[in-house]
Design a protein around this ligand. Structure first.
Ligand SMILES: Nc1ncnc2c1ncn2[C@@H]1O[C@H](COP(=O)(O)OP(=O)(O)OP(=O)(O)O)[C@@H](O)[C@H]1O
Ligand SMILES: [Mg+2]
Length: 227
């Protein structure tokens, strides 16, 4: 099913930070939402999660840092259980072993609190929680920027493999074209609260039309980066 949002906008402190924006997301779509810092990527990400949830679609969100998703005083098992309950599942009914294997965190001790896991493992745990319900869409907002490049690349590889063949669509919010170039087949470029350009990843990287896309793709070493 195509996910559609229409006329999303946001005003904060009297300033329009997201101008009316509409978009369609195809099942299995792999979309990069790119743009300079402050261009409105996270705002659009949050607005479309709220809108699609209100329409009855299941949309999961992975924040930039696992700190935003994990309470340092609670065990990993607690977080997992809370997520199951929030999704209306019986505790213990999600395929934890399968998701942990898919994200290569099966050695993590879920009785530990977050600090007992490395940050890379914490972030993969957060991604595993986001995938519990096989959402229609997963929105990842700078999901690997707190990780070292090798762990970041491995995390994105594990996620890509897991999503292969599933209907879940993905929006990857980033200002890192190195990350986007390898992971998504469509790019949406934001500038000053507007979606200013949209197209296949290759086209936008090779033939950017707008100043915002030109500025991003000017850094031509993006394919050489590990993630
Ligand atoms: N609650 C708020 N009140 C006022 N301004 C806000 C608020 N939230 C966001 N903004 C402003 O809206 C603009 C867009 O912010 P947003 O966080 O969506 O950008 P972004 O593209 O995700 O940036 P980054 O790459 O740095 O994460 C910024 O100028 C930001 O300062
Ligand atoms: Mg942001």
């Amino acid at each position: 099913m195509i996910l559609t949002v229409t006329g999303l906008s946001a005003v904060r402190s009297g300033r329009t930070i997201l101008h009316p924006t509409s978009l369609d997301i195809e099942p299995r779509g792999r979309i990069g939402l790119v743009g300079a810092s402050g261009s409105g990527k996270s705002t659009l990400g949050h607005m479309l999660i709220d809108d699609l949830n209100a329409q009855g679609h299941s949309v999961a969100h992975v924040p930039q840092s696992p700190d935003e998703a994990l309470d340092p005083l609670r065990s990993m098992a607690f977080h997992w259980r809370e997520t199951e309950v929030a999704l209306g599942l019986q505790p213990g009914s999600a395929d934890q072993a399968g998701l942990f294997r898919a994200l290569s965190i099966e050695d993590g001790d879920i009785r530990e609190r977050p600090w007992g896991w490395s940050r890379g493992m914490q972030q993969r745990f957060v991604i595993a929680m986001a995938l519990i319900s096989s959402p229609d869409l997963i929105v990842l907002d700078e999901p690997t920027s707190a990780l070292d490049p090798v762990v970041a690349a491995a995390t994105m590889d594990l996620l890509s493999s897991f999503l292969d063949g599933k209907d879940t669509a993905m929006i990857l919010v980033t200002h890192d074209l190195g990350l986007a170039a390898r992971r998504v087949d469509r790019l949406m470029v934001m500038d000053a609260g507007r979606l200013v350009e949209e197209g296949s990843t290759g086209d936008i990287l090779e033939h950017p039309q707008t100043p915002a896309a030109k500025a991003l793709s000017a850094h031509r070493n993006w394919m050489a980066l590990p993630c």
